[in-house]
Design a protein. Structure first.
Length: 146
C-alpha cells in the first residue's frame, strides 16, 4: 500500500503539472521546451489526433535540412488540443483517486479479517461456550512431559 500511495501521489502531481503547463498557470508556457528538457521538439499527440482534426504534412523549405522535423498542418479540430490535454490529465487524476480509495477499502477489509481470526479455538464469542458452573477456563497442557 505504501508503494502504491507514493506512486499515486507522484502520478497526481505529474498530471497537475501537465494541467498547469497547458493552461499556462504560474509562469509555465507551452512555447518552452520544458516538457522535453530541451532535448527535442515537443508535440502533443492530441494536436494531430484530436476529434475532427485533419492532419497534412507540409513540405519543408529548402533552407532546412532533411533530418529536421517536417511541418504538420492540422485543421478542423472540434476542440483545441490544450483543453484535450487538460481533460485527459483530469481524468487520470480522477482514476488515481478512485484507485487509491478502493485500495484503502481493500486493505481495511483484509485487516478486519485478520482481527477476527480465531486462534486455535480461542476465547472469541463463536467458539467458546462457558458453562454456568465454571467461572474460569481450564487449561490443559499440549505436550506431556516425560
Amino acid at each position: 500500500m505504501n508503494l502504491y500511495s507514493i506512486w499515486t501521489a507522484l502520478w497526481v502531481a505529474w498530471n497537475v503539472f501537465v494541467i498547469c503547463f497547458y493552461l499556462e498557470v504560474g509562469g509555465l508556457s507551452e512555447d518552452t521546451d520544458l516538457m522535453t528538457f530541451n532535448i527535442s521538439m515537443h508535440r502533443s499527440w492530441w494536436r494531430e489526433h484530436g476529434p475532427g482534426c485533419v492532419r497534412r504534412e507540409v513540405t519543408a523549405p529548402v533552407s532546412r535540412s532533411l533530418d529536421e522535423h517536417s511541418y504538420i498542418s492540422v485543421s478542423g479540430c472540434i476542440l483545441d488540443f490544450k483543453y484535450l490535454e487538460v481533460i485527459h490529465s483530469s481524468f487520470q487524476i480522477l482514476l488515481s483517486l478512485v484507485g487509491f480509495v478502493y485500495a484503502c477499502y481493500v486493505i481495511s477489509v483484509f485487516t478486519e479479517d485478520e482481527d477476527s481470526f480465531d486462534f486455535l479455538g480461542g476465547l472469541d464469542s463463536y467458539s467458546y461456550h462457558a458453562s454456568p458452573k465454571h467461572s474460569h477456563v481450564e487449561l490443559k497442557p499440549v505436550f506431556l512431559s516425560k
